[in-house]
Design a binder for this molecule. Structure first.
Ligand code: GLY
Length: 304
């Protein structure tokens, strides 16, 4: 059944933002307004160390953020990568999606655009994230996705039938200067087409990009797979393919939504996410590989 509106978001940390987005959608806001408002809750919260304020730094001790946005009606997308010093990378990605070219800007070019368009500046390095950097900077030989949580991703269907998606992250802790993951790459970390559905990924960006995962899931839904089947099939296929070729596969998690607002999620490690739609309050789900999907209370899980 087609939902009047629906919103899905990654990790327990998105619970409050999901409720805010749901409230806006119920009041008739656009999918873009709703998802950006949801993402701001996480970008502004210093206790989440994988997004925005309080994000963990790169090898040089700088918080460089990545974000993406896509409008499923027009297929317009925008993205920023390795952007330093702004409050909402997701807002800047959305703004870049309004242009006909120069949609993906990185590093100083992204900062120049953000500053000249009046986006709010902020030093996202907190004393807490800098202390953790000093403590761990010489210990990590092998980069991993965050154990607890990673990119915040939101997908929404609004009452006009538009699907939009947005992503935001500070990327891998202790990444190299200039490293970009899946989060700002259209088709890899995010994709939306209001005729087919939308998808967004979290986990180890280099692995996600190898499967162009968000686009793959959207195509599977267009080919007739349910959102839930499409999500797990895409994760299982890429996990198997990478394991066969190099002996292992890092963390892959994703959320998706079909064009009618029904949700899906797939993961190769435990993955909490949040979904709400008209008539249903935001529900926190926990997906564990090999187990059935279950609703959980926030206090029952330790993964943020
Ligand atoms: N998924 C976030 C990153 O790899 O940067």
């Amino acid at each position: 059944m087609k939902k009047k509106w629906a919103v899905i978001s990654t990790w327990k940390m998105s619970l409050q933002g999901n409720a805010k987005a749901a409230d806006l959608l119920q009041k008739g806001s656009t999918a873009a307004e709703a998802i950006l408002s949801g993402i701001h809750c996480i970008e502004d919260e210093p206790s989440y160390h994988s997004v925005g304020y309080g994000g963990l730094p790169d090898r040089n001790g700088r918080v460089l953020t990545d974000a993406g946005f896509m409008d499923g009606d027009t297929l317009n997308y925008g993205a920023v990568g390795a952007l330093e010093g702004f409050r909402s990378p997701a807002d800047i990605a959305c703004s870049l999606a309004q242009r006909s070219a120069n949609n993906f800007l990185a590093g100083p070019g992204a900062a120049e655009y953000a500053e000249s368009h009046g986006f709010e500046k902020r030093n996202n390095l907190t004393p807490e994230s800098y202390a953790r950097y000093l403590e761990e900077k010489d210990k990590h030989e092998h980069l991993k996705a965050y154990q607890e949580h990673d990119t915040v991703c939101f997908i929404a269907l609004d009452s006009r039938g538009t699907i939009a998606v947005s992503t935001s992250t500070s990327g891998l802790f202790l990444k190299e200067n200039g490293r970009l993951g899946d989060t700002p790459m259209v088709g890899c970390g995010f994709y939306a087409d209001s005729k087919k559905g939308g998808a967004a990924c979290t986990g180890f960006g280099e692995e996600i990009a190898k499967g162009v995962l968000a686009y793959r899931v959207t195509q599977l839904m267009a080919d007739g797979h349910s959102a839930m089947d499409a999500a797990q099939k895409a994760v299982d296929e890429l996990t198997a393919e990478l394991t066969e070729r190099k002996g292992s596969c890092e963390q892959l998690c994703l959320i998706c939504m079909d064009k009618d607002g029904n949700f899906g999620a797939g993961a190769n490690s435990p993955f909490p996410f949040v979904y709400a739609c008209e008539g249903e309050e935001p529900v926190l789900y926990l997906l564990e590989p090999g187990k059935s999907l279950r609703q959980v209370r926030p206090e029952d899980i330790t993964i943020d």
